[in-house]
Design a protein around this ligand. Structure first.
Ligand code: SF4
Length: 91
């Protein structure tokens, strides 16, 4: 289990990827990890490595850029996340 790294705790930059919300709409949703709240437990990476990764250079979780997101899997990972720091943001 990873612990918070010194220096990254105060970095509130969000990791996100945009995706269309539905056919015929221009609104976008972004899958976001609030890395300021993230404990780097890496549970999301273990459950969905195709969606999340721990960047070795920053020691922060990021959403992997992908064109296909399995919403059921995202919902499962959101429920699992102990810090409740994975969510959708809408424009
Ligand atoms: S499951 Fe949540 S707390 Fe754990 S690394 Fe992923 S985003 Fe961070």
């Amino acid at each position: 289990m990873k612990q918070r790294g010194k220096g990254s705790w105060h970095d509130l930059e969000k990791s996100e990827v945009e995706r269309p919300q539905g056919a015929g709409t221009r609104r976008l949703r972004r899958l976001v990890v609030d890395v300021g709240a993230c404990s780097r437990c890496c549970g999301c990476v273990e459950l969905a490595p195709q969606l999340f990764r721990l960047r070795p250079d920053t020691d922060l979780i990021e959403v992997v850029d992908t064109t296909t997101i399995d919403e059921e899997l995202v919902a499962e990972v959101m429920k699992f996340c102990p810090e409740d720091c994975i969510h959708w943001e809408e424009d």
